[in-house]
Design a protein around this ligand. Structure first.
Ligand SMILES: [Ca+2]
Ligand SMILES: [Ca+2]
Length: 315
């Protein structure tokens, strides 16, 4: 088997080079999220084709019924996914180029934000990606962006680079997050603060006393600059935690009749396309809920200060 594996690896490297994608390197992490030869293009990681079990087993703690039934998915082709969540700086390039106004800014709904005094999420009409109510630099993940805003960013990025970018499908997202693991998360439970920005002891002051926090301190009460934590086995940062991520798929409340080839599941089988699947949990998530299988349907025009996105493309 070894020679075959070697050939496969060589072929993939050739594919990467042909597509102008960077292989994993050891350059400073934040800088590695953006290609240096094309400042518009996010750094992408090529993902091998393969099979995995999507969803959670019935005995996984705090799972929801929408993660059932667990089913086998085979992705027949390689694809690429951005190494990091899209940053404020990357989104700013788009807005500066197009004068785009996000749904939070145009609908009057603003952005759902964490009210640390009231200890609950509240719509805040004054909050947007530029002022999400938490302190952000250009290296933080962009938040307060709706699914519709993500589509506009992707259209612009595709036009400017000549490459068709899109959101990852839900199956691609979970395959990339699991990175070969079948456990609830791609790190040991005791290692949360090394791998993910979730709720640790640092967040004590902003959450209700009854909330469960990790026993460690991860150093970030709200969002962290992308790639502040260790990568998963595929070299992807913040798949769990930091900010939730939009995917392409319409929401279904279970996996009955879900596609098994990694394609996007849209309106078929009563998909709710006004809601899009959101993945990965966030800085505001109880450790038990930071899981590769967790999912919910967010209204496509909703903006939230714990919700952003990453991009994907075919190879
Ligand atoms: Ca945290
Ligand atoms: Ca994330």
């Amino acid at each position: 088997m070894k020679p075959l594996l070697k050939l496969h690896t060589i072929a993939l490297i050739a594919l990467l080079l042909n597509n102008g994608l960077a292989l994993a390197d050891t350059s400073p992490l934040a800088a590695s999220c953006q290609q240096t030869d094309n400042t518009l293009a996010p750094t992408m990681v090529a993902i091998h084709p393969g099979s995995f079990l999507m969803g959670s087993p019935k005995d996984e703690q705090v799972r929801d019924t929408d993660e059932s039934p667990q089913h086998s998915v085979t992705l027949p082709r390689p694809f690429a996914i951005s190494r990091c969540e899209i940053t404020v700086g990357q989104f700013r390039q788009f807005v500066q180029d197009t004068a785009y106004k996000t749904t939070a800014e145009t609908t009057g709904k603003g952005c759902y934000s964490w009210d640390a005094a009231q200890k609950k999420w509240q719509p805040n009409a004054g909050n947007s990606w530029q002022a999400p109510g938490v302190s952000q630099t250009d290296l933080h993940p962009v938040v307060c962006v709706s699914w519709q805003d993500a589509q506009q960013f992707l259209d612009w990025l595709s036009q400017r680079t000549g490459v068709a970018y899109r959101l990852p499908t839900e199956a691609e997202w979970e395959y990339a997050a699991r990175a070969g693991t079948q456990t609830p998360r791609y790190f040991a439970d005791s290692e949360q603060c090394r791998y993910a920005n979730g709720l640790g002891q640092e967040a004590k002051a902003i959450v209700d006393k009854n909330w469960t926090l990790a026993s460690c301190d991860d150093g970030f009460v709200y969002t962290a600059p992308v790639a502040s934590f260790a990568a998963n086995p595929f070299g992807l940062f913040d798949m769990l935690g930091n900010v939730y991520e939009w995917t392409l798929d319409c929401y279904h409340d279970n996996y009955n009749n879900a596609p098994n080839d990694g394609s996007a599941w849209l309106a078929a089988n009563s998909g709710e396309c006004g809601r899009r699947v959101v993945r990965g949990g966030s800085w505001n998530y109880n450790p038990q809920f930071l899981r590769s299988a967790i999912r919910y349907g967010g209204n496509s025009d909703d903006a939230n200060s714990s919700l952003g996105f990453r991009v994907a493309r075919a190879l």
